[in-house]
Design a protein around this ligand. Structure first.
Ligand code: LLP
Length: 423
């Protein structure tokens, strides 16, 4: 459920008509709904109820400071993958003690900063990373809390680019090697083993792969116990899917109740703190991207709707052949229906936002690309020297520009001409 709805033929974000935002801010433009972010975050906390838990929002999905600040105020923790994301969380008022640090190649300076501010835990993905972390912590006179990211070798049944829990992915430690790596972690003086972690993929539309992963992790935890290694939190990563089209992914409530039911039958399961790292399921349907039709270009085999947003603004369709709904913002004028490929101005055949969409539109009309709150703006680039769009947070009948449209000057900020006379 989200807060983007039609009223008298016009699409609104909460109580603000998108026509007003386009007129006041121009297009393309990312529009977020504060109430939707809140609702999606609360769906997790309510689903977990009284079970000890921490929801660590995956910053990579949408790292705008306003989004992070909003979630921090609701009590969220954060899953980060770089020192850049850590600094954003701090800037937005997030609590470092609720931060977990994932990623396959953490740099020593990133580890040092995370130790300095006192994050909750490092999700360590390899043996050499453990050794690096032990060295960095030793140099700072700190003890680093670690959780090993284990690869449970389950098929998440999702797009190969966003499936991460199979043996042949670069992520995590193979489940069969995990005991040995835990023993190494426990033997290193500047590390303290606190957790176990996995993340099997993104946009999962079934609970079965999560439950399979849990089963394998419970077996591992029993083996760890036999070897005197106790885990106090289990981090199941992110990955819950969202409805982009007609998918019916489980709701956080269904997901959590199945996990809790399994844990209640496992010794110690009731006191085990559960961590989740949801990104998409909180952010995707809390945002959309507004764009305007520049030209309608009929062709021999296809009709094109050329819009002012492009793959540099929203790359998911081009990169993953992802399907995102594209809908007209103002349906009050009668229009003829046709089938269009919705494409942008970038000089690439792969520059499309949607293919074969039936739309009743005319030149100058506004379109909304739905489900763009996650992996939208964060993956935008300046390709073709296009300034990135603004981001706006709607709150009831008001809105706040939470990132301004980039200026032309910002395109070459940090660049320099060669000095006069240089060869
Ligand atoms: N935790 C870890 C360690 C991750 O790698 C990810 C996502 C998440 C949590 C959050 O997963 P989510 O709840 O959002 O599924 N750009 C792609 C998605 C890449 C996901 C990468 N990892 C897309 O646009 O579909």
């Amino acid at each position: 459920m989200d807060h983007f709805n039609y009223r008298d033929g016009v699409l609104y974000a909460e109580d603000v008509p998108l026509t007003q935002l386009a007129a006041e801010l121009g297009t393309p433009c990312y529009v977020y709904s504060k109430a939707t972010f809140e609702r999606h975050f609360r769906a997790y906390t309510e689903a977990l109820g009284g079970h000890p838990h921490l929801i660590c929002y995956a910053v990579k999905a949408n790292s705008n400071l306003a989004v992070l600040g909003l979630l921090a105020r609701l009590g969220a923790g954060f899953d980060i993958v770089s020192v850049g994301e850590l600094e954003r969380v701090l800037k937005a008022g997030g609590d470092p003690a609720k931060v977990v640090f994932s990623g396959v190649a953490k740099q020593p300076h990133e580890m040092a900063r995370a130790l300095e501010v006192g994050i909750k835990c490092f999700n360590v993905e390899s043996r050499p990373e453990l050794e690096r972390l032990n060295t960095v912590a030793g140099e700072l006179g700190k003890v680093a809390s670690v959780s090993l990211r284990v690869n449970p070798d389950v098929d998440a049944g999702t797009h190969p680019y966003i499936s991460t829990g199979l043996k042949d992915n670069k992520f995590g430690i193979p489940v069969d090697d995990a005991l040995e790596v835990y023993q190494l972690a426990a033997s290193l003086p500047n590390l303290r083993v606190t957790g176990l972690d996995c993340h099997i993929g993104s946009q999962l539309t079934e609970t079965a792969p999560f439950l399979d992963a849990l089963e394998r992790l419970l077996v591992l935890m029993e083996r760890l116990r036999e070897h005197g290694i106790e885990i106090d939190h289990l981090d199941l990563g992110g990955g819950l899917g969202v409805p982009y089209r007609d998918e019916k992914p489980p709701q956080p409530f269904d997901y959590a109740s199945q996990l809790l039911a399994r844990l209640s039958r496992w010794e110690g399961g009731e006191s085990l703190t559960l961590l989740f790292e949801p990104g998409r399921s909180i952010a995707a349907n809390a945002g959309l991207m507004l764009t305007r039709v520049e030209f309608l270009k009929p062709g021999e085999t296809k009709n094109f709707a050329i819009v002012d947003a492009a793959m540099n603004d929203l790359i998911r369709p081009a990169l993953y052949q992802a399907w995102q709904a594209i809908v007209p913002v103002d349906t009050r004028q009668p229009r003829e229906k046709s089938t269009y490929d919705v494409v942008g101005p970038v000089c690439e055949t792969g520059d499309f936002l949607g293919k074969e969409r039936e739309l009743a539109i005319a030149e100058g009309d506004l379109l909304a690309v739905r489900s763009a709150g996650a992996y939208g703006f964060v993956m935008a680039s300046n390709y073709n020297s296009r300034p990135r769009p603004p981001e706006v947070m709607v709150d009831g009948d008001t809105y706040h520009v939470v990132r301004a449209r980039e200026t032309l000057e910002s395109l070459w900020a940090g660049e320099a001409l060669l000095p006069e006379g240089a060869r």
